[in-house]
Design a protein around this ligand. Structure first.
Ligand SMILES: [Zn+2]
Length: 354
């Protein structure tokens, strides 16, 4: 492993490697950017590079320091998992032991104040094995507010022997005083070309399928690693049947079968809804701008274009609001199938032109 194995975000990678080369890493870094683009992966790579015995602004993955760093990271990940699984949540942060390279993550809803306190007190002590400690605070926007106060103190007078890397999807979710004490590194969604290249290397998908998948994945390599195009298409089929009914209101039996499938798959409810939203967004694009190249469901362009000609903006908005409602009801554990049936009936009985 080395930095060349990291996919995408060349700008962020290069700027950090320059800091490493010049021994100019600040005491606190903030990695901000969407989910699934490699922020945490890169933070871990950086921890290796900081200590690697062979490389200056890279890491070999093989030297004693690299192996030690990997070991510390996997031990801390195991420790976090064990603590999260503990039944008594009040005791999850008991007897914390921190390594020189330490991953800190929420143990429940929050990164607890005691987790931050431990990091702060360790930050001022001499490192055990390396010249500099690395604390990776993952999901830093979930640090409990009292912990944020403690962290702020140490970031105001940072010890030279500790590097804090705060990782979070949205920098504005952090308190401004924290943000201003960190050097911010922006990670962006990957380009479709980068996702397509990845899929070409890692999957058996055909070029048109890779193009479709890259569009659907929205620049997330994390999603690309777990993506199953067949599964996506199968689930999308239910929504297509649902929309078909909304447009024609012909076959009630088929609607009931469809909504039963949609309602039953509770585990994937959010992911399923996002498929419906992507279809609606495509209809909106085709209805307003007519740009086929911009839609997500590229393989359905012709069908969606025909539909787009049959609906008006009010129709799209009505369905979209109905799905928002379904989402809220899902949280309250309501009967989802009935909700979908009612939505379809309501939409189907409203004129879609005008
Ligand atoms: Zn090394």
């Amino acid at each position: 492993m080395s930095f060349k194995d990291f996919i995408g975000n060349r700008e962020a990678v290069d700027s950090l490697r320059q800091m490493l080369a010049r021994d100019r890493l600040p005491s606190a870094l903030l990695f901000a950017g969407p989910e699934g683009v490699g922020k945490l992966t890169f933070a871990k790579m950086l921890a290796h590079a900081l200590h690697c015995e062979r490389e200056k602004n890279d890491f070999c993955g093989e030297c004693r320091a690299c192996r030690k760093t990997s070991e510390m990271l996997s031990l801390t990940a195991e420790d976090l998992e064990r603590r999260r699984a503990a039944k008594d949540s009040a005791r999850r942060a008991e007897n914390l032991v921190y390594f020189d390279v330490q991953l800190v993550e929420p143990l429940g809803q929050f990164i607890l104040t005691s987790q931050i306190e431990k990091a702060v007190s360790e930050a001022y002590a001499k490192p055990f094995e390396f010249s500099r400690r690395v604390f990776i605070l993952n999901d830093a926007h979930r640090i409990h507010w009292a912990g944020v106060d403690r962290l702020l103190k140490v970031l105001e007078e940072p010890p030279a022997t500790t590097l804090f890397i705060l990782v979070c999807p949205n920098a504005s979710a952090l308190r401004a005083t924290i943000r201003s004490r960190c050097t911010r590194v922006i990670f962006r969604a990957l380009e479709e070309r980068e996702i397509q290249d990845f899929l070409k290397r890692e999957t058996e998908l055909k070029p048109t399928e890779r193009r479709l998948a890259a569009r659907l994945l929205g620049g997330s390599l994390g999603k690309a690693r777990a993506f199953d195009l067949e599964d996506y298409r199968r689930r999308r089929e239910s929504w297509l049947a649902f929309f078909e009914f909304c447009l024609s209101s012909r076959d009630w039996n088929s609607l009931f079968r469809t909504t039963e499938v949609l309602a039953k798959d509770r585990e994937n409810f959010e992911a399923n809804l996002s498929i419906a939203y992507s279809l609606l967004r495509d209809l909106l694009i085709l209805r307003t701008r007519g740009e086929e190249g911009e839609i997500s469901n590229l393989d359905l362009a012709a069908r969606l274009r025909r539909w787009a000609e049959r609906v008006n903006l009010a129709w799209i908005s009505q369905v979209s609001q109905g799905l928002d409602r379904a989402h809220r009801e899902q949280i309250r554990n309501m009967n989802q199938q009935l909700g979908f049936d009612a939505l379809a009936a309501e939409v189907a009985s409203t004129p879609s032109r005008g």
